[in-house]
Design a protein around this ligand. Structure first.
Ligand code: COD
Ligand code: ZN
Length: 404
């Protein structure tokens, strides 16, 4: 391609400092260095985490180019890159997979050591490829997708199927995979020492089949699930629970406006804690005959994390923390909730190993295993990014996709 090896001038949404609007600027994007990939971004979702940076809740260096839920085409590659080539459709990965660290080498791990959790805003060599008006502009989450061109490390990019519609599969870069994986991958019972997920299953299928189901490491067929929070990520959890064969999926949200969509993607019933005077775990226990096997917290609040834990069965229940907790806050809960046998766990990016699994999730999408259209409520040209964030704040959007 004509631009390989050259600096590219293009448009990007720069955030010069927290709590200010985006500024669409002309920036310079340097060519990729060794083991780096320059990508022409063609679509990007707006995720709640981007807003955490705007509000200053999440640390970042400034000025910064945010965005971490994108998809595009490789424009050029640096020396030594072997896993993608110019012209490939790709998804940048905020959670990388270096394939060398302990988490990457452990079959159950996915939190690659190369993730930028501290907001350094640079690539692996310690520098950024972006400049604007003579100043360095920092990366976000190793991805920076609110720009026409970005540069990422090779360990933070997944090649996907050529047939993938980028304006949809961009959601696989964050929100969808986070919720979906929490249900079909992380919401598993511990395969070595767990009790059966529900006595009905043993009665129905016998111990042997029940153990097989446990070992399938998914929300188990026939189980009852409770999903706290019905935003885009919560809806993706519901889709995963449904695909795993859960027979009851109860959605919980304060905003009843979220119920219709939740039912459309697979919830069997929805409730608002506002309609009850009793604690929500007691409500769920009565509704289900004390039989919630899996609960998911998809809000990011301390009180609902404890509510979700208390809502799953006291002995064989598993509760998964999906929502990112507020930083520097401590949880308080009655340890009896755990002593009786519950499993409490969390996951990042749904537990997926990003480079290995993202291409497979895209393939599953192309095979119509799940529908991303349900999550995309708005599409806007990239330059209307500020409008996209307003839609997020007003609660009107599930996901807005910006196209270039
Ligand atoms: N009780 C019940 N429902 C509530 C309550 C409450 N007390 N408070 C809020 N809600 C509801 C809201 O009405 C809303 O419907 C829902 O909870 C939250 O939805 P959204 O649309 O705000 O957010 P999502 O679904 O896009 O994402 C929310 C997460 C918390 C999951 C997200 O911010 C997050 O933490 N993601 C995972 C962390 C992660 O991996 N981050 C890295 C890159 S994103
Ligand atoms: Zn995100």
């Amino acid at each position: 391609m004509g631009t390989a090896g050259k600096v590219i001038k293009c448009k990007a949404a720069v955030l010069w400092e927290p709590n200010t609007p985006f500024s669409i600027e002309e920036i310079e994007v340097a060519p990729p260095k060794a083991k780096e990939v320059r990508i022409k971004i063609l679509a990007t979702g707006i995720c709640r985490t981007d807003d955490h940076v705007i509000k200053g809740v999440m640390v970042s260096n400034f000025p910064v180019i945010m965005g971490h839920e994108g998809a595009g085409v490789v424009e050029s590659i640096g020396d030594g890159v072997t896993t993608v080539k110019p012209g490939d459709k790709v998804i940048p990965l905020f959670l990388p997979q270096c394939r060398e660290c302990n988490a990457c080498l452990n079959p159950d791990g996915n939190l690659c050591i190369k993730i930028d959790l501290t907001g350094r805003g640079v690539l692996d060599d310690g520098t950024s490829r972006f400049t604007c008006k003579g100043k360095t502009v920092y990366n976000f989450a190793g991805t920076s997708t609110f720009t026409e061109y970005t540069v990422v490390d090779e360990f933070a990019v997944a090649k996907i199927d050529d047939a993938a519609p980028l304006e949809k599969v961009c959601l696989i870069g964050c929100g969808f995979s986070t919720g979906y994986g929490a249900a079909i991958k992380t919401g598993k019972t511990n395969s070595l020492n767990s009790s059966p997920p529900c006595p009905d299953l043993v009665r129905q299928h016998g111990w042997k089949r029940t153990w097989q189901m446990i070992n399938s490491r998914e929300v188990t067929p026939g189980s009852t699930c409770a999903v706290f929070g019905l935003g885009g990520v919560g809806l993706s959890v519901i889709m995963g629970c449904k695909l795993a064969g859960a027979s009851r999926i109860i959605g919980i949200d304060l905003n009843k406006g979220k119920f219709e969509k939740a039912m459309a993607v697979g919830a069997t019933e929805c409730i608002s804690p506002k309609d009850f005077t009793k604690p929500i775990n007691e409500v769920l226990s009565e509704m289900t005959g004390n039989n919630v096997s899996f609960s998911f917290e998809v809000i990011g609040r301390l009180d609902t994390m404890v509510d979700a834990l208390a809502s799953c069965h006291m002995n064989y229940g598993t509760s998964v923390v999906v929502g990112a907790p507020p930083s520097a806050k401590m949880l308080t809960c009655n340890p009896m909730l755990l002593f009786t046998g519950r499993t409490w766990k969390g996951c990042i990016f749904g537990g997926w190993k990003s480079r290995d699994d993202v291409p497979k999730i895209v393939t599953d999408f192309l095979a119509r295993k799940f529908d991303l259209d349900q999550l995309i409520t708005h599409s806007l040209p990239f330059t209307k990014i500020q409008e996209g964030f307003e839609l997020l704040y007003s609660g009107q959007s599930i996901r807005t996709v910006l196209t270039f």
